[in-house]
Ligand binder design. Structure first.
Ligand SMILES: C[S@@+](CC[C@H](N)C(=O)[O-])C[C@H]1O[C@@H](n2cnc3c(N)ncnc32)[C@H](O)[C@@H]1O
Length: 330
């Protein structure tokens, strides 16, 4: 906490959570509303916004962030402080939680009482789950993942649960490959299509709105030398271990000899390198969705049973994160 923030040290930790909730809400909304980019690059002057914006509310939000030491004002323009820059480097985590899960979390009481069901009455916001994952991944997963991929050789890539396709686009660009992304969320697929257009990669990268578990519907599997599955397989393993093994075995049988599989997952809180920041919350959000996370050993054994031999395991900067690179055996 910066020395100049209006924060008193008091033995009432509830207020730390209170503050964290509000800062998360404001920063996630700034990112979603397109304000954070301007704040980071040029500073924000609430009086010179676009027509229709609520300048008074924007100024109130900036003054709030100033009280919490994240921004400072000079002549009506608000800029991030050093502390604010450090916080905003991790904005992906805040967007993932605040943008992706605030709606179902608001109904947690109803889920607890059995009056509503996650996935039936309320679900997460796919676009912002995907955007948050891509933002946090860019910094905390992608650098290590790209290094791992330098070991593999491939000309065709499939990204299962590709989200907004940012990673798929960078892999295809960097390794000169063609790619297909599959995602179940229309919001994520819309964002992926926009990102492919913006990167001018329409000739090489295609996104399909669909279910990654329906392997019959996925094009070019027989020529796919690299499969990426980032933060997807726990959705399948949560149905049952058998479902995961059946799925991975079917995938392996359709891929060419020597194909690689690169997965990213988060270990459950308390596993691997222990309880860290973020993992208890990640774990709980998944419990709300009736999903559970697996530790490294269980991924390894499920892969081995399904016809994939794990060749490299890396722990990226993401707290609790796990990257496994595997190769189709035999
Ligand atoms: C946490 S996001 C990760 C997105 C992306 N892989 C990344 O790392 O940035 C998980 C994605 O998997 C997608 N997903 C979940 N189940 C799926 C399924 N059965 N088929 C296709 N996509 C699925 C979700 O819609 C979501 O976009």
């Amino acid at each position: 906490v910066p020395a100049d923030a209006e924060t008193q040290s008091i033995a009432r930790p509830a207020f730390d959570f209170f503050e964290g909730y509000m800062v998360t809400s404001v920063l996630a909304s700034f990112e979603i509303g397109g304000f954070l980019e301007v704040l980071v690059s040029d500073g924000l002057d609430p009086r010179s916004g676009r027509a229709g914006e609520d300048a008074a509310l924007l100024e109130a939000a900036l003054r709030y962030l100033a009280r919490r030491g994240l921004v400072e004002e000079t002549g009506g323009v608000f800029e991030l402080t050093g502390f604010g820059r450090v916080v905003c480097e991790d904005k992906g985590y805040l967007v993932w939680l605040g943008g992706g899960y605030s709606e179902p979390l608001r109904h947690l009481a109803n889920f607890l009482r059995g009056e509503m069901q996650y996935g039936v009455d309320r679900t997460r916001d796919g676009r912002w789950v995907a955007a948050g994952a891509a933002l946090l991944g860019r910094q905390d997963v992608v650098p290590e993942a790209l290094e791992l991929l330098a070991e593999a050789s491939f000309a065709r890539v499939l990204d299962l649960g590709c989200g907004n396709a940012r990673f798929l686009i960078s892999v295809c660009d960097r390794f000169d490959a063609d790619g297909v992304g599959v995602d179940l969320s229309p919001g994520a697929c819309d964002a992926a299509a926009e990102a492919i257009d913006a990167a001018n990669m329409g000739e090489r990268v295609e996104v399909v709105l669909g279910d990654a578990t329906d392997l019959d519907s996925i094009p070019h599997l027989g020529q796919t030398e690299l499969v990426i599955a980032f933060f997807l397989l726990h959705e399948i393993s949560s149905q049952s271990r058998d479902t995961l093994i059946t799925y991975l075995s079917d995938l392996a049988s359709r891929l060419p000899a020597g194909a690689s599989l690169l997965t990213a997952e988060v270990e459950p809180a308390g596993e691997g390198s222990g309880t860290q920041p973020f993992t208890p919350e990640f774990d709980f959000v998944h419990a709300m969705m009736k999903q559970s996370l697996l530790p490294e050993q269980e991924w390894r054994s499920a892969f081995a049973e399904s016809g994939f031999e794990v060749t490299n395991v890396v722990r990226p900067a993401m707290p609790g994160g796990l990257l496994l690179l595997a190769r189709k055996s035999g």
